[in-house]
Design a protein around this ligand. Structure first.
Ligand code: HEM
Length: 142
């Protein structure tokens, strides 16, 4: 689980990248759909799943908003993401394996957009944080 050092590292990283959340969300969602095309099935109600499409941008913004909530509730991710987990489990019916896939895309995008801030320590802590988010989002599936 996340140590105090991890929490501080995630908050420090977020304070630097938070203002680029929309761009990160757009790129991460676009990559997820291109690199893992099986994820497209969840977005078949959109007119287009082309990278950079306004629907992808809008959704990337929502996902990053969810992550911003997670950063603010980093001491209790389970409670902080309980509603979002409920929604993904019962309304959206997203297979939780996909949380790891999107996490990977988010990690790749942050590392390429912010190479200076993406130190090995930041990488470790962000990795742990995103795993915690995936676990918290999966909690309501049973
Ligand atoms: C880091 C992981 C994720 C976070 C923080 C997240 C967050 C969110 C948020 C905040 C919403 C909006 C909920 C609302 O409308 O109240 C949402 C909707 C949605 N999410 Fe996620 N999500 C994540 C991962 C995923 C993954 C991996 C998939 C599928 C591959 C997915 C599929 C969806 C779908 C289909 C919607 C509804 C989209 C629509 O309204 O058209 N999510 N998510």
């Amino acid at each position: 689980s996340l140590s105090d050092k991890d929490k501080a590292a995630v908050k420090a990283l977020w304070s630097k990248i938070g203002k680029s959340a929309d761009a990160i969300g757009n790129d991460a969602l676009s990559r997820m759909i291109v690199v893992y095309p099986q994820t497209k099935t969840y977005f078949s109600h959109w007119p287009s799943v082309t990278p950079g499409h306004p629907d992808i941008k809008a959704h990337g913004k929502k996902v990053m908003g969810g992550l911003a909530i997670a950063v603010s509730k980093i001491n209790d991710l389970k409670a902080g993401l309980s509603n979002l987990s409920q929604q993904h489990a019962y309304k959206l019916r997203v297979d939780p394996a996909n949380f790891k896939i999107l996490n990977h895309c988010i990690l790749v995008v942050i590392s390429t957009m912010f190479p200076k801030n993406f130190t090995p320590q930041a990488h470790v802590s962000l990795n742990k944080f995103l795993s915690g988010v995936a676990l918290a989002l999966a909690q309501r599936y049973r």
